[in-house]
Ligand binder design. Structure first.
Ligand SMILES: CC(C)(COP(=O)(O)OP(=O)(O)OC[C@H]1O[C@@H](n2cnc3c(N)ncnc32)[C@H](O)[C@@H]1OP(=O)(O)O)[C@@H](O)C(=O)NCCC(=O)NCCS
Length: 294
């Protein structure tokens, strides 16, 4: 699917187009969809194409570069190893990527990180007011990620549509807000890697039976994904992001998780890489984003 997302163009100030939701069974089939997609983008004024780039973090980003033999990881792209060569044959080159870092929850590194910050309180999200919490989360995410590469604004309505189905699968202690002077000014959102239990059963994650399985079997998963952590820009670099991650680690360890993947860190995001490093995060998964000049 080729598309021109005004949010991406506005953010990058360039005539960028995207190709996302890319699937192909053979190289010829890949070329047969990538070439007309590029032709269509070019005819619409696009000068540079990014792929796979679905224009919205909820729909995945990037091309998996390792761990091909494993089931998908929650919130992350999942493709066979052949896709990289398909894109290269179609004239794309790797431009950047996203990284996942593994944090050992059974170890001590995360325990030595601060969990409190003077003047800041923390609260867990409410399941009863889940829609409001998701809207608040999305607004904070949009503001916090304003300057992070590849991020596009997602509306509260889109977030509610996608996340409400996961209401029972997201333990409130893994979805926390930092509060300053009575206002939510930062957040962290983690979710069990439900694919560990769902992938073998092949039920779509958002089907009614998938939702039921997530709710009832998620505790069997040993890994939790940290899918988003962010502070409003004016409150960054004050230790609050670190405290949010420490709290997420503490909650996850209490729930019995053994490892955390601090997921989808843009390669250029120094603050986030430093935060993962504080927790002993080890690089464990990579996703590439490719570009082609038209
Ligand atoms: C990443 C983020 C959550 C960290 O929270 P924070 O409260 O700003 O960071 P902290 O004060 O707790 O510091 C954590 C580390 O980040 C570093 N850091 C913070 N802001 C930074 C910046 N603007 N540039 C480079 N490093 C920065 C700190 O120096 C520290 O690293 P150190 O231990 O090597 O000194 C926050 O900067 C943020 O919201 N960024 C935008 C959204 C984002 O990138 N989220 C993570 C995506 S996966």
């Amino acid at each position: 699917m080729a598309f021109v997302d005004p949010r991406v163009q506005e953010r990058h100030g360039a005539a960028v187009g995207s190709i996302g939701f890319f699937e192909a069974a053979t190289q010829d089939a890949a070329l047969a969809v990538l070439e007309p997609a590029c032709t269509w983008l070019s005819a619409n004024g696009v000068r540079e194409v990014w792929a796979p780039f679905n224009g919205n973090p909820f729909y995945g980003v990037g091309l998996r570069e390792d761990r091909f033999g494993e089931p998908p990881f929650v919130g992350c792209a999942h493709q066979p190893s052949t896709y990289c060569s398909y894109l290269e044959v179609a004239g794309f080159i790797r431009m950047t990527g996203y990284l996942n870092f593994e944090i050992d929850l059974a170890g001590d590194t995360w325990r030595s990180q601060p969990i409190d910050v003077p003047g800041v309180t923390f609260r867990s999200a409410s399941r009863r007011r889940f829609r409001d919490e998701v809207a608040r989360f999305m607004s904070l995410h949009n503001d916090a990620f304003r300057d992070v590469w590849g991020e596009a604004v997602v509306s509260a309505e889109e977030a509610i549509e996608v996340m409400t189905r996961a209401r029972l699968a997201i333990d409130p202690s893994l979805f926390q807000f930092s509060v300053v002077d009575g206002s939510d000014l930062g957040m962290v959102l983690c979710m069990a890697n439900v694919h560990e239990v769902i992938a073998p059963q092949r039920a779509p994650l958002t089907s009614p039976s998938g939702v039921w399985k997530m709710a009832t079997r998620r505790r069997r998963a040993k890994t939790v994904g940290l899918l988003s952590v962010g502070m409003l820009p004016e409150l960054q670099s004050r230790g609050i992001g670190t405290a949010l991650v420490t709290r997420a680690c503490a909650a996850a360890a209490r729930l019995g998780f053994e490892r955390m993947e601090y997921a989808l860190v843009a390669e250029t995001n120094e603050a986030s890489k430093s935060t993962a490093a504080r927790f002993g995060g080890k690089l464990c998964r990579r996703f590439g984003v490719y570009r082609k000049e038209l």
